[in-house]
Design a protein around this ligand. Sequence first.
Ligand code: ZN
Ligand code: ZN
Length: 351
Amino acid sequence: MFSCTGYAATAADARLGPITLDRRDPGPDDVQIDILYCGVCHSDLHQARDEWHNTIFPCVPGHEIVGRVARVGASVTRFHTGDLVGVGCMVDSCRDCKSCRDGFEQYCEQGFVPTYNGEDRQGRGITFGGYSRAIVVDQAFVLKVPDKLDPAAVAPLLCAGITTYSPLRHWKVGPGQRVGIVGLGGLGHMGVKFARAFGAEVVLFTTSADKVADGLRLGAHEVVLSKDPDAMAREHGRFDFILDAVAANHDINAYLELLRRDGTLVQVGAPETPLPVSVFSLLMKRRSFSGSLIGGIPETQEMLDFCGEHNITAEIEMICMDQIEDAYTRMLRSDVKYRFVIDMASMPATA
Ligand SMILES: [Zn+2]
Ligand SMILES: [Zn+2]
């Protein structure tokens, strides 16, 4: 074992602060990573404050990790010391069920092991995430990061990026399609970028007029203010696909009405309470309403490679580790353009 500093929540109502973590020495299949940057996901905040009622304290959040390989185990051939690598929301799965064998570890029938607040499958305790100087991860869950991209702006691709890339790919979004992205936040801004890169006609839906210019700059062909009933009415029946990235409660039927026959609306934002769905919205035009969770390891690597080829990264605001509470407060106000990333050089050397 070796020790490193991390930033942890020790109780639901406690501010995050430095702690000393024990990390395992790399086994034959492990990669030890010196973390450079970690994105700040809404899940981090929910988990740190025990809003999902399953947090195990102390909790070290963070699942948008970019770093450099520091050490590798004897059986590791794909990674070498100094490589730029990433770790997303998962660090293990059963690797044997149909989903795992198909490369959809996020849908592992035994449940994947989350990067933090998860129980290690080998009995090594509870997982600690990327708000940390170092992490040790099995090579099967480590991703190669293209060297040409800004590593800080790559970090959010590991959760926000793949969460939007995967459904856009699965439903084959591309040229000739009119595609809606609902909400311009951490997820939505990546949805806009990917849908544009895939060749679709992209329409951003937002509640705030001050996001119109950003929406267009990030790749939307049009921006519709969803609070304007006339503007919404003009879009009825015009969309092949809609990706809804809004985590707050909202009227889903207003968006289902915008789909053409056989169109699909996929929810990636996760409102806490159930969304009432009008069945008439679905059956009148054989529309589908679906959901999607992050992406598997092969698809996450495909996404990172695609981002390298097309020079796609997230829009970020860099913070120091001790600014995390302010960052959470600002996230709750949607006051971030469009993802906070922690510069891990700012982590204290000792707790
Ligand atoms: Zn996340
Ligand atoms: Zn599995």
